[in-house]
Each structure stands twice: as C-alpha cells, then as structure tokens.
Design a protein around this ligand. Structure first.
Ligand code: BG6
Length: 467
C-alpha cells in the first residue's frame, strides 16, 4: 500500500538496544551468584562458555557511558535470577545492590531501563528441589523473585518483561532444566506442563506488577517468524497460517486472552499431550492481560502444505521445519540469508506488527532485532556496513508501521555490545560496540565503537529522518 510516510519517529519513541545477563555479564562466581541451569552445559568445541562473557559485571559503568554517548533512550537488560536468589529461595543483598547501581547509573544518564525478569537463566537449585517448571512451586518462586525486583527497582523501572521467548526456552533442555535423556512423548508432555505453569506465572506477575507499581507497564516477549505462503495455492496459505498459530499465537492467546487457540488445542489433543488445566488459572490469565506485547524479530519463514497423513512427536527440536500433515518450511528464492542461514526479510517485521495488532489490539515494543555476523577488527575499526543495512531496513519498516497508525512505541536493537551468542559463542557478534576478545583468548576486553555505532547515533539524533 502506498501511503504518506512520517518524516521522523515520534519524540517519545524509544530508540534502544539490549542485552541479557548471562550473555554479557560474566562474573558467574562473584557477588554471591548461585548456579543457573545452563552454567552446567558444556559449549560446543571451540566455543566459549558464559563465565566471562563481555565482563559487563565489572565494566557496566564504562558501558553505560557508551550508551549515553550513543544517545540511547532506553536500555533493555535482564536480571540474573541467581544473583538475586542464588538458591531460588534466599535473597542475596549483594546481587540486589549490583542491579541497584546499574539502574541508578542508567537513570542518572537519562536512559530508561527496560527490565526482562527472566531471560533463560533459571536457578539450578529449583530443578534439584522440585524439577523446576514441572512443579507449581516454581510459579510461587518466580512471583517471589519478581516481587523483590518490583520492590527494589519499581521506583525507576517502568517497563517490565515477564519471560523472554518462552516458546524457544521450552525446547532447550539445558535452559529449561529437563534432563538430557528426556525425549519424544515424555519431553513434549512435560514441555506443555511447563508452558502452562509459566503462563500462570506470567499472569500472576503481571497482576503483582500492577498492584505494586501502578504506573508501570508489563509484557511477555515473543519471537514471531511470520510465515508467508510458498505459492498462490490456498493450501499453502492455510499451511502458513497454521505455522503462525503453532509457533507464535499459542502463547500470546494464553497470555492475552487466557485461552488455547482451537488449532493449538487440537494439535495437543491429537498427540495426547494437552496439560491439565483449571478454571481458576484460566480466569487469572484472562483477567490479567499484558499492557503491551514485546516482539523479538529476526527472520520470517515460508510455508507450504504438507500432504502427509501422519502425526509425529518432535521432542525437543528447537525449530520444526516440517509438521507432517500441517506445514513444511521451504526456501524462498527472494529472501537472502545470514551466514547462519537466518532469513533476512525486513517486511516480515511489518507483517508481524500488523498481524499481532489485528489479533490483540495492544501496543508493541520491538525488544530484539539485529544481525549476527563475523566482524573483523582492522586498524582499530569495524566496518559493519552489513549491520547498518540490516538495521536501517528493519527500522524503516517500523517507521512505516507507525505512519500507518500501528502503536509501536520503541525499538531495542540486539545487541548494544558484543555478547556471547546463545550457541555460537563470540563468533556471531551483534553489538554496536565491539568487545576485544574471541572464543579462546580474552585479550584486553576493550570496547571499540563499530561503524554501526556512529550510524545509530546519527539516526537517533535525527529521530530516524534518514530512514
Ligand atoms: C533471541 C534471544 O532468541 O535471539 C537472545 O533472546 C539471543 O538471547 C538472540 O542472543 C540471537 O540468537 P543467537 O543464537 O544468535 O545468540
């Protein structure tokens, strides 16, 4: 659709960038931090673990000075559960004080903190105690954790995020805390129990946030990969719709409407993995919808019909490329890919915004979007024009969405600074700021501004007029 574009982003639009605690902090044995489930996972050969990461734990002041110089309106980060509650139960004042100092430094620098309560880091002690999210006790412990954060930081933090990418988390045993041996039907059934418990926990924390900090806003974080049909065959359109239901909307329907979507319920019942639910929980979810929806967008998908007549259990596959009888994901010749095979489709972000808004009518914050790439340090510089191209094209889609009337109130690029990628260590970098280390050598950990840093600084200063 052709429409008149806005000249600049609105003055109150939040230009931001983000990180998550375990990927950036390091200092995993310092400050009284306890053990998180993923600390125990050995990384792939040649890939670093998370023990030092970008050493933000020791260098956060220098890092926030760089954020200020960049002109960030907001910084999204997560709080390490095990720094606050090392054993999941007892409070560690040193951890509370660490984030207190970090948040104070941000607000003193004129940067709004956006806090993710739970970004993949789960206390190992709670898995040992009662199998983590398989027990309802985890709901209480998560609510207790969130309450401590609201009490200590609620005066300064007005944007909260409940759980980052719950859908993704459920499929990764070392993050959800399921034993390595768990597979097939058992894994799927347990993942559904954990999913349900996490949705109940999210609703309880949303309620608590509204009670404790009436002027704050809170949201779940989802990771849509909106599928488009592979052809003009109606069956392919249906396949793409079903992919979106099974990959994204099932969680948002629980979060925003307190219901299982019909497609998802049927999917679970056909496989005999529908969890036990109760009316009180469903009512709690219905009565406590989020204030907005936080969207992490990296890529879209293209789906074709799968004409097989079988039902399969997937166990813990992180990305399901074919659900027999429902859809299969295919390559799209119009869509290029990153070095890690992730589709690059800026329009997919607009599709996600339009679809999510049409379904839930809630404002949106883009909480992650960025390009993981091999950066090269040459003569003290990093010429990451590929990242500038990626981010500018995605931001331009957001500008378009705002012009069309969709309520997107901020964009948080992933990531502010280089950090340890979920699975690819330091090879796959996302930051505006380079960290001088690699997988095997910590070097001097110095911070170096990439070309994209200067570009983003200009973009923020001009409020996106250049896009
Ligand atoms: C999101 C996560 O799924 O994707 C981040 O919230 C993660 O924690 C990001 O870093 C990019 O994924 P990866 O695997 O390239 O680090």
């Amino acid at each position: 659709m052709y429409h008149k574009r806005i000249k600049k982003f609105p003055d109150n639009f939040l230009f931001g960038a983000g990180t998550s605690s375990f990927q950036v902090e390091g200092g995993i044995k310092e400050g009284g931090r306890g053990t998180a489930v993923h600390d125990l996972k050995k990384p792939k050969k040649g890939i670093t673990d998370f023990s030092v990461a970008s050493d933000h734990y020791h260098r956060f002041e220098e890092d926030i000075d760089l954020m200020k110089e960049l002109g960030l309106d907001s910084y999204r980060f997560s709080i390490s559960w095990t720094r606050i509650l090392p054993d999941g139960k007892n409070i560690n004042e040193e951890g509370v004080e660490f984030y207190n100092r970090l948040i104070q430094k941000l607000t003193d620098s004129g940067i709004k903190p956006i806090v993710t309560i739970y970004h993949f880091e789960y206390p190992k002690a709670l898995v040992d105690n009662y199998k983590g999210w398989l027990s309802r006790e985890s709901i209480d412990d998560y609510v207790n954790f969130a309450g401590i954060l609201f009490e200590n930081y609620g005066d300064r933090v007005k944007h909260w995020l409940t759980i980052n990418e719950q859908d993704h988390l459920l499929k990764i045993p070392e993050r959800i805390g399921f034993p390595e041996e768990m597979t097939g039907l058992e894994y799927e059934r347990n993942a559904q129990i954990a999913n349900y418990n996490m949705c109940v926990a999210g609703a309880r924390v949303t309620k608590l946030c509204h009670e404790m900090i009436p002027d704050a806003k809170i949201a779940p974080v989802v990771n849509p990969m909106p599928a488009i049909p592979a052809s003009n065959l109606p069956a392919d359109l249906i396949a793409s719709m079903e992919f979106n239901e099974l990959a994204t909307y099932y969680i948002l329907d629980l979060n925003c409407r307190g219901e299982y979507s019909p497609v998802y319920r049927k999917y679970l019942e056909d496989r005999d993995i529908f969890p036990q639910i109760n009316d009180e929980d469903m009512k709690l979810m219905r009565d406590n919808p989020p204030d907005f929806i936080a969207v992490n967008y990296y890529m879209n998908q293209t789906a074709a019909d799968s004409d097989k007549e079988e039902i399969n259990l997937r166990g813990r596959e992180v990305f399901v490329s074919e659900e027999e009888g429902i859809y299969k994901i295919v390559k799209n010749e119009h869509i290029p890919q990153t070095d890690w095979g992730w589709n690059i489709c800026p329009e997919g972000l607009k599709i996600a915004v339009m679809d999510i808004y049409n379904r839930y009518q809630l404002p949106m914050l883009i909480t992650e979007n960025g390009l993981g790439a091999y950066d090269r340090l040459e003569d003290g510089k990093i010429h990451d024009d590929y990242r500038i191209d990626y981010i500018s094209r995605h931001l331009s889609q957001i500008k378009d969405c705002i012009g069309m009337g969709y309520p997107v109130f901020g964009y948080s690029a992933w990531s502010f600074i280089d950090l340890v990628s979920g699975r690819e260590g330091m090879d796959k970098r996302y930051g505006f700021v380079y960290v001088n280390r690699d997988n095997n050598d910590l070097k001097d950990m110095s911070r170096i501004k990439k070309d994209s840093y200067y570009w983003y600084k200009k973009t923020i200063a001009e409020r996106g007029e250049n896009l």
